[in-house]
Design a protein around this ligand. Structure first.
Ligand code: MN
Length: 293
């Protein structure tokens, strides 16, 4: 069966930024933002994009203090600057340029996220993405897990003619696999394209699919897309063509929808409001463990 080109549903400009704690200045593309339907990009529930910003040197480590999560995974991608993390499951790590932290909160943990100490003291350019990846009901109460996916671990597909690389975080591109293990089928890439490079993407048409232009400008299925803009695709075809108008970095997301009810309140992403109430009770009862500020 021949493949069809996927149409563009919307090109979304970055919504006005807001601060998460004092360390993350983010544009929330979804939920809300340009996407009203909370399952439009499922399994990706949330995308906070910290566009480039210069932080002044600080002795205080900017960030978000101890807070809980249950029912999903947080995936943090660093483009500039360095981010540190500690959680009550005993995991911690530092990610820098090109690295990804894939944290499965699942049954629940406490964590804190902040600028790494040396970066904080020096200050400088900061740019990151945080995704919330939903979990199906059957995995929401599994134990927490932590995957540090360093830049060197990524699957890499070199484009012909030294025109760039598709870095595969999860899923695969052609025959190159990404290192992250996921609970439902999905693709996460950073396409790093040199000026004039062309790349073709191919995902099942029913997979919800979008991309964020993190650096540079690109032409996507014949439409120009500027830096910091998000492209949402219709579910009407498989193929996407990208041409880099200048050196570009593009975050590509595609995944099989989780067709279950959503009850989200603050840091909890469950199926029912009763489960959200239980999550709050469990946090108050100390069942998410202990983590010092
Ligand atoms: Mn968090």
């Amino acid at each position: 069966m021949s493949k069809n080109k996927r149409s563009i549903e919307a090109i979304i400009a970055p919504p006005p930024p807001h601060m998460v704690g004092d360390g993350f200045r983010v544009h929330s593309f979804f939920p809300g933002g340009g996407l009203i339907d909370k399952k439009r990009m499922s399994p990706f529930f949330l995308m906070d994009y910290g566009a480039k910003v210069d932080f002044s040197p600080s002795e205080h480590l900017r960030g978000v203090g101890v807070h809980p999560h249950r029912g999903f995974e947080t995936v943090t991608i660093a483009y500039h600057g360095r981010i540190a993390h500690h959680d009550s499951a005993g995991n911690s790590g530092i990610i820098g340029e090109g690295d990804v932290q894939w944290m499965t909160a699942a049954s629940g943990l406490l964590h804190k996220e902040y600028h790494e100490e040396t970066f904080s003291k020096t200050g400088g350019l900061f740019q990151m993405v945080q995704l919330w990846v939903n979990l199906p009901a059957k995995y929401k109460m599994t134990p927490p897990k932590y995957q540090e996916v360093t830049h060197g671990m990524m699957g890499t597909y070199q484009l012909p003619g030294d025109k760039g690389v598709i870095e595969v975080v999860a899923g695969k591109y052609k025959n190159v696999k990404g290192p992250a293990s996921t609970f439902t089928p999905m693709y996460v890439y950073n396409a790093k394209l040199k000026k004039g490079a062309k790349a073709e993407l191919n995902f099942p048409s029913e997979y919800n699919t979008g991309l964020l232009v993190v650096e540079g400008n690109a032409v996507v299925n014949d439409e120009s897309v500027a830096t910091d803009h998000f492209v949402l695709f219709k579910n009407d075809g498989e193929l996407i063509n990208i041409e880099a108008s200048d050196d570009a970095i593009i975050l590509v997301l595609s995944g099989e929808s989780i067709d279950e009810p959503i009850a989200q309140y603050g840091p909890f992403l469950m199926n029912t409001w009763k489960e959200v109430e239980e999550a709050i009770q469990d946090v108050n009862a100390g069942k998410f463990g202990v983590l010092e500020d």
